[in-house]
Design a binder for this molecule. Sequence first.
Ligand code: F6R
Length: 657
Amino acid sequence: MAKKIFNLYISKMNQKETTAPGYLKYELKSFEKMPVKIWDDALEASRSVARSIELAIRQRQQEGEKIVLGLATGSTPIRVYEELVRLHKDEGLSFKNVITFNLDEYYPMPRAAQQSYWRFMHEYLFDHVDILPENIHIPDGTVPLEKVAEFCERYEKLIDLAGGIDIQVLGIGRTGHIGFNEPGAWETSQTRMVRLDHLTRHDAIKDFHSEDDVPYRAITMGVGSIFKARTVYLMAWGTHKAKIIQQAVEGEISHSVPASFLQKHPNVKVVLDKSAAEELTKMKSPWLAGTCNWSDDLICKAVVWLAQQTRKPILKLTDEDYNEHGLSELIIEEANSYELNIRIFNRLQHTISGWPGGKPHADDTNRPERAKPAKKRVILFSPHPDDDVISMGGTFQRLVDQGHEVHVAYQTSGNIAVHDWDALRYAEFMLEFSERHGSISEEERKMYEKVIRFLNSKDGSADDIPEVRSIKGLIRRGEARAGARFTGLQDSQIHFLDMPFYETGRSRKKPLGEDDIRIVAELMEQVKPHQVYAAGDLADPHGTHRVCLDAIFGAFHALKDEPWIKDCWLWMYRGAWHEWAVHEIEMAVPMSPQQLRRKRQAIFMHQSQKDRPPFPGDDNREFWQRAEDRNKELADTYRALGLAEYEAMEAFVRWKG
Ligand code: F6R
């Protein structure tokens, strides 16, 4: 069954079509200063870039010529490389005529280190294709300091000798950097040693244990070196890139956003997923760019935007407000602002519900959930062991209190995010406890001592031994169990899925596999839920939420012929990073101050994540603070639109397949 499930899902993904923003009837003004292509999701976008690279490689092969690729690292190009590897394995794409130059490398950085770009490139691409080792070039993080300048000069020469870069693949940092050309980089800069920006080092924490471990320097190709490439693909995925993409694409050319220099490049293509395109004018406020196709969602988006621009509640918006803000077209279509305001106000009002599992015996015409069955079976999927309480702790509590059969499924073990000192504390505890009660075998003692020795002498970047990973995973299990029990669940309703894609012991994960989907599908088959909650947050630093969501989509697809699945609704919550846009929200579950405090207590059960866990992402706040700020912000947004005032709110969007 496993193979079937996976293949079914993958073939469905292959059929997905590209969509450009369908809002605009025709464009009057273009705010974009570089050509932009927006895809439904990053996977599709990555495949399109990989296809273009493939075509270019094959074309050169036919001509008996070599091709030079400029390559990037980081999370952005991973799926491009995965697709290139697939093309090599399944469709015979050879890399024998390919020469590569990587953009950058941390300095100093040994090749074998987990975070080295040398290792990254080999793990994601070079080890899986037939590229000739002598054709691979990556800035060397081990060159002695006094030789770096010479090394950089030679790197530039090698690019020239190879004939210059044909296709350059780029990601973009939140500082606007390309390569490691941080704000202030000059347009003609060449390969050189640079100092990393504070924000870049902060973002890099996702791959290092702590900010102190992130190098301060890097060797990078310059803006000038990148500019010489014949074709450039600048790619970005996820909401966290939306702001900088808007500045790079629509803003003035400026040193403060090095990617904006690409506006002058004769053959640049910006490839985005929908989330990274969110701040572009044609997506954010398309009415400012041209005449729109007014769908209900777009109208709602426009009215919310107008209320926020004018700082007025929806019901106080006037015809003049619409006219003065480029929305007169909407008023013409809708006759007058009064009716329109009421319609949108009601739409938002109907999203608010204290009955996330449906209100029994009530008219549910305008409620987000069905009233029947009154008692629902629910599975709450939590990618990491604390996402359930962080992201929807209030709703979780309500579902339990309102008598639904709630199951929580922790998708991954979360074992990379536990500090060594916590694991050491537990290992010592187990050893001492067993000794005190005289129940320890020689074999067990040796195992504990091995773990303790390893942890005491561990070098920050070493991979954990399996026993340590297991201890870390169990620490998080215990915390998750405590959180779920606190919310009122029986142990039989707490499931640990330990999805295999996560179990690399490092922040770099394996791609989604058939076993991952099978594990999720089996639990769904067992529970036959009416409601499934899943993290629809696509911007977590390691992409774990995204893979966990893909596994759930895969399971839905695999189970599509089961009779019960038609009654199973999938509600998506956002993880600790971003909230849904107001016009997207389909259910907003309010919380009182007391309910919010209870949610905080459930989050506190995750002691290993308190203060500053390993790989904390780019936010300095603790998880409970992020959760509360976000939930309060949403309540404030609803209040400012003229809706009821609550202490906090959790928001959900329904996935309709
Ligand atoms: C990596 C590189 C950087 C990254 C950028 C985005 O070789 O040159 O410019 O492309 O920092 O990183 P991700 O893709 O991890 O968001």
